[in-house]
Design a protein around this ligand. Structure first.
Ligand code: 13P
Length: 231
């Protein structure tokens, strides 16, 4: 199993350093990945975690003020990168085309992309979940070399930060469809995971790991969740 911590836009430097010291105590036989806010990528020193980025530029390098290239992330020791998170699709207006460009640059730099896909509440209500997820995957992965390297993260938008999750059966129904199309990719689930719901969701047939938001910031709960995830 792979457990990915998405800190989002949280912590000041002092808080991050204390947090990282606590993370260093966590023991797990799972692969653990920490995706801190960008300014702290260069402060990362953990031996029990791999380093992930929350974003990458869709440009190769050059005159793109404010952007961070995949090659620069690689140089900092980054080995995973989240792309296509619904928060970036919403607030930064990222398109599947942008995301596809990012994925190719990451693969070219030996960084594993973690591609987020998922439906919103209206799409769920209209029973469009599978259609939405498969369309996003097709648009983001079309003509990408070596797509088996991409980790696919199913994150229903309505489940992120809300305390609501799909049932395990609902998650498995979506992941099974993804697996049919992308049999070689690791599949992770994200959205309102907690120490209370992890045991049930962890019975899933198809889940290879988890993408954690809020709970990644709370060391005690996080530690309990990681302890419960063992397959
Ligand atoms: P929450 O765990 O806070 O719902 O966030 C999930 C997420 O967006 C991880 O990328």
């Amino acid at each position: 199993m792979i457990i990915i911590l998405n800190n989002k836009c949280n912590f000041l430097l002092d808080e991050f350093l204390k947090y990282q010291a606590k993370l260093s105590q966590i023991k797990s036989n799972n692969t653990l990945v920490l995706c801190p806010s960008a300014p702290y990528l260069s402060k990362f020193y953990l031996k029990n975690f791999k380093l992930g980025s929350q974003n990458v530029s869709s440009y190769y390098e050059g005159a793109y003020t404010g952007e961070v290239a995949a090659s620069q992330l690689k140089d900092l020791g980054v080995s995973y990168c989240i792309v296509g998170h619904s928060e970036r699709r919403k607030y930064q207006k990222e398109t599947n085309q942008d995301i596809k460009a990012k994925i190719q640059l990451l693969i070219d730099n030996n960084i594993i992309p973690i591609l987020c896909v998922g439906e919103n509440q209206n799409e769920k209500n209209a029973h469009l979940t599978i259609v939405k997820v498969l369309n996003e995957l097709k648009d983001c992965l079309y003509e990408i070399d070596d797509i088996s390297k991409v980790i696919i993260a199913y994150e229903p938008i309505w489940a992120i930060g809300t305390g609501n999750t799909p049932t395990r059966e609902e998650i498995d129904a979506v992941l099974r469809k993804i697996k049919d199309e992308y049999p070689d990719n690791l599949l992770v689930y994200g959205g309102s995971l907690s120490e209370n719901n992890i045991a049930e969701i962890n019975k899933s047939t198809y889940i290879d790991g988890y993408l954690l938001g809020n709970i990644s910031l709370k060391i005690d709960e996080l530690t309990k969740l990681i302890e419960k995830v063992s397959k």
